[in-house]
Design a protein around this ligand. Sequence first.
Ligand code: NAP
Length: 256
Amino acid sequence: MEYVEIQGERVAKIGLGTWNMRGQACYRATLSALELGYRHIDTAEMYGNESEVGRAIADSGVDRSELFLVTKVSGSHLSHSGVLQAAESSLQRLSLQSIDLYLVHWPNDRIPIEGTMAGMNELVENGKVRRIGVSNFSVRQLEQAEAYARIFANQIEYYIGHPQESMLQYCQENGILLTAYSPLNRGHVGRNQALEATADAHGVTAAQVALRWLIQQENVVAIPKSEHPGRQRENLDVFGFELSSDQIAQLASAHR
Ligand SMILES: NC(=O)c1ccc[n+]([C@@H]2O[C@H](COP(=O)([O-])OP(=O)(O)OC[C@H]3O[C@@H](n4cnc5c(N)ncnc54)[C@H](OP(=O)(O)O)[C@@H]3O)[C@@H](O)[C@H]2O)c1
């Protein structure tokens, strides 16, 4: 595993996404990922699977200090007290004492960000949350949040063919983690000649090239979702090859 270092914290470059996984399927998938060596797990109160994720963490025997657990507060719970209550409920479902990274799932212009971030800061002061982040925020919204709290990450949709140049530059210049969600374009990572030629040249799969393309960029980590141990292993096995800068540029332009 390789890590990105942000604000003095190490984050595994590949994490497990858990959206759309429920019940026993989610429990089994999270457990198998932890057994394979995943140490960064992404969930959300909205996914309805925090209990299963928590149970898998407990049963895996993985030391809590090795794990980077991310969850998210829904857009409807963004008042000061709403954030506090939502975090408490997530902690109970997860059976954990603290959340490593707590994200505002979506911006909500109807609720002042000042109150949301006051709640987030209080959670950090109380030791319930270690790092504060946001998701689906624009640069302008990120700057507004930063006026009230130290923002660790922005989780956004990012894959080859869905560029995020201005956000990437902003995160790199300001020491913020960019977590790429839907890094495989929900399983439809574009099949094209450049991708296949690059995969063949390295003896890897197109999905592995797509993930490598992301995590070779400064400050970027990716959270592919798979409920199949074989694909989980494939998605984690992206540290044994390197894309050249030409290949990175060709892949970006071929998908434009
Ligand atoms: N913050 C947000 O608003 C937000 C929004 C969307 C997603 N997310 C997070 O990001 C995570 C990942 O995004 P995502 O689930 O939308 O999409 P994704 O990770 O890009 O793609 C997942 C899909 O690709 C398939 N897949 C996984 N590995 C593969 C491989 N090696 N080869 C071929 N197909 C593969 C999976 O199928 P199998 O499971 O059958 O393998 C699944 O159908 C989510 O699970 C969630 O945690 C966050």
